[in-house]
Write a protein that binds this ligand. Structure first.
Ligand code: SAH
Length: 338
């Protein structure tokens, strides 16, 4: 059986039409699911009993189960168990401008970035759209508050699970659904070029963040194996095209690894590489993990790097650190479980 939380409104409209019902029933179901948050068709009182039964035979409400929650100041980490007992994590961050959630897109990850914990566990499977939607619904149910922003930056490479991620975005973006504005949704990728090209023509204007982390192929090959397939010389022109087609600014993520990619030379090369592009660079303080040998750049080195970019007219910010104590910082999810 299909899961109701994995259906876009269009999927439901098609379903209703296929059984000879009116399309607008899809909107009614969406309102029950995402505005009134009921968890059975029997509670959808404006839908006839007979149709409720039909729906119940077609779709399940099966959920994901909360296994554990850890709290560290403004960050909360949620460990969920899926129907096949795999575990995934989502993180909630309380910013001054509202609550944001960082969701996972896969169980494990195949990208193998040298500095990242998530990749120590190879991809077991893609998450289904409903398993990503339910990370948000699950957290909202617990905190009894609405999430204002979603970043797809948890475990996994979202563009390696493209179709399910697109469905997920359509579901949470739908005005009759969770109704999260596209500008409040950010997808972060290590740079799967063909999928960035596809995303360019997706008509929901989400934010795109690219994990670049190095200004040269030589260094990026060492840090991110994906670069051997889709290197910087191929990536930059595609990003330029993306910016042109979507008319949106792209975020460049750059994790600050001590004495690896945080040198003056790297800063200058990065500035040259990105010159004139409608981007901003987000410098990410590295979260050290006990399994990997990389260390974090000092505040001084980060500031110096920042200053060089600024001086070279590159928009740049330094990311605030979140959730270090509970290993809920970027790239650290699941680290205690595996
Ligand atoms: N696969 C996607 C999204 C998940 S990773 C991507 O590569 O963008 C989210 C971000 O966290 C990426 O920029 C990743 O490089 C970064 N990251 C991974 N491990 C980290 C660590 N230990 N400290 C800081 N950032 C890390």
């Amino acid at each position: 059986m299909k899961n109701i939380y994995g259906q876009t409104k269009e999927d439901l409209e098609n379903y209703f039409e296929s059984i000879g019902e009116k399309k607008f029933k899809a909107t009614q179901v969406y309102e029950w699911l995402y505005q009134k948050r009921v968890s059975s068709f029997a509670m959808m009182s404006n839908i006839k009993k007979e149709l409720q039964k039909k729906l119940a035979n077609e779709f399940t409400f099966s959920s994901i189960t909360l296994e554990k929650k850890e709290v560290d100041d403004l960050t909360e980490k949620y460990l969920f168990r899926l129907k096949d007992n795999e575990k995934i994590e989502a993180v909630l961050m309380r910013h001054d401008y509202g609550i944001s959630a960082c969701v996972s897109s896969q169980v494990g990850c195949n990208m193998g970035c040298a500095f990242c914990e998530s990749g120590r566990l190879k991809k077991i499977r893609n998450l289904e759209p409903e398993e990503i939607v339910l990370q948000i619904l699950g957290i909202e149910q617990i905190i009894k508050q609405r999430i204002k922003r979603v970043v797809i930056m948890g475990i996994g490479e979202p563009l390696d699970n493209y179709d399910n991620i697109i469905k997920f975005i359509k579901i949470i973006n739908d005005a009759k659904g969770i109704s999260l504005g596209a500008r409040h949704i950010t997808l972060s990728t290590c740079g799967i070029i063909p999928k960035i090209q596809e995303l360019m023509h997706f008509n929901i204007q989400i934010n795109l963040a690219i994990s670049l982390h190095a200004p040269t192929n030589q260094l990026r090959n060492r840090l991110m194996p994906v670069n051997k397939m889709y290197n910087i010389d191929m990536l930059i022109p595609v990003l330029k095209e993306y910016i042109k087609v979507t008319n949106r600014r792209v975020t460049i993520e750059y994790v600050m690894l001590n004495m690896v990619n945080d040198t003056e030379d790297c800063a200058l090369k990065l500035a040259k590489l990105l010159k004139g592009m409608n981007i901003y660079v987000n410098l990410i303080p590295y979260n050290e993990t006990k399994h990997l040998e990389f260390t974090k750049s000092s505040k001084e080195r980060i500031t110096k790097f920042y200053d060089i970019l600024k001086k070279n007219h590159i928009n740049v910010t330094i990311r605030k650190e979140f959730g270090k104590k509970i290993s809920a910082a970027c790239g650290q999810l699941r680290s205690k479980e595996v």
